[in-house]
Write a protein that binds this ligand. Structure first.
Ligand SMILES: C[S@@+](CC[C@H](N)C(=O)[O-])C[C@H]1O[C@@H](n2cnc3c(N)ncnc32)[C@H](O)[C@@H]1O
Ligand SMILES: CC(C)=CCC/C(C)=C/COP(=O)(O)OP(=O)(O)O
Ligand SMILES: [Mg+2]
Length: 293
């Protein structure tokens, strides 16, 4: 057996392997992911998201299914609602200047990172477990001519290379259900400046319901993730010097997105679980913004 490295082996040797077998599964999941509900929406304007939408559906501009352009309009409308979600997350980052660095933890294909740079002119460092996603995001940044400001790295968000106290604001946009929350908040707290801001938009199970409902279990199985409760978020923040400034229940705002998506040809089969769990109160879509104190 030869011990010489090929060029590919040498390149991948620069990227540390997954920290756990679970992270290896998640990296493989996102490396293989190419659902039309994500790619066709991203193709609308080149912002590729892996999160869901908020806001009212603009039924007047959509028209009806008899319109030959209806499917195209529906795709554009779902995409508009997903970008609106990212705008609301960015609204909560506080005053950001062009000199600041932000961290997009679990950045996917980088849509939120690009939007943050376009809004603030700042640097954005994305991390994802998936080489496919990081390559995709870096290619998009190059095409947009913003690769000097927006970068994705293959990296575990629980163990990042960012210096202690070097980051003005950071976020998890639908990516915190893949990690232990105490470890996650400890890492954000480490690299955030005192006075910096952390924001998450996430789906969480509702402690008022009692335990995760069958719908929540179905969503976990579908995405190989582990949805936390709202209580766990607040506890992990409190234990890591992150003091909530806003806790916003976005559940009523995300239902129109799901109801529209459920009528489209891009359904993936998970729509019923989201709609039913939001309606029975077992699951909530929330934004939490916290100050690093
Ligand atoms: C549902 S996608 C969200 C992507 C992105 N935030 C967005 O809004 O489009 C979840 C992301 O979390 C990332 N992720 C999961 N566990 C991670 C970890 N331990 N370290 C870094 N990224 C992780 C995945 O690689 C994937 O990019
Ligand atoms: C709110 C919760 C629980 C989110 C779980 C994380 C997740 C998979 C988000 C959306 O990704 P996606 O955009 O790739 O999913 P889809 O293909 O369903 O649009
Ligand atoms: Mg999607």
């Amino acid at each position: 057996m030869t011990t010489e490295l090929t060029a590919t082996d040498a390149a991948s040797a620069l990227i540390p392997g997954p920290a756990t077998p679970y992270q290896g599964d998640i990296a493989r999941y996102w490396n293989a992911e190419a659902r039309p509900v994500n790619l066709r929406l991203g193709d609308v304007d080149g912002l590729y998201h892996h999160h869901y939408g908020i806001g009212a559906v603009d039924h007047a501009s959509l028209g009806g299914p008899e319109d030959s352009e209806y499917e195209k309009k529906l795709v554009a409308e779902l995409h508009r609602l997903e970008s609106a979600q990212a705008e609301v997350l960015l609204d909560h980052l506080g005053p950001i200047t062009a000199e600041d660095t932000l961290v997009d933890a679990g950045c996917g294909r980088g849509g939120s990172s690009v939007m943050a740079h376009q809004r603030f002119g700042c640097k954005v460092e994305g991390v994802t477990l998936s080489t496919t996603q990081a390559d995709f995001g870096n290619n998009r940044a190059r095409e947009l001519g913003i690769d000097g400001h927006v970068r994705a790295q293959v990296c575990n968000m629980l163990d990042t290379p960012f210096e202690k106290g070097s980051v003005a604001a950071s976020w998890n946009n639908e990516s915190s259900m893949y990690v232990d929350l105490d470890d996650l908040m400890a890492e954000h707290s480490r690299f955030l400046k005192v006075g910096g801001r952390y924001v998450t938009i996430t789906g969480c199970w509702n402690p008022k319901y009692g335990q995760p409902s069958k719908w929540v279990s179905q969503i976990n199985a579908h995405f190989e993730c582990n949805i936390h409760s709202r209580r766990e978020y607040l506890k992990a923040m409190a234990d890591n010097r992150l003091v909530p400034q806003a806790v916003i229940d976005l559940t009523p705002d995300t239902l129109p997105y799901w109801e529209l998506r459920a009528t489209s040809s891009l359904v993936t089969g998970i729509e019923e679980a989201f709609i039913e769990s939001y309606k029975d109160g077992s699951f909530q879509y929330v934004l939490i913004a916290a100050d690093r104190v």
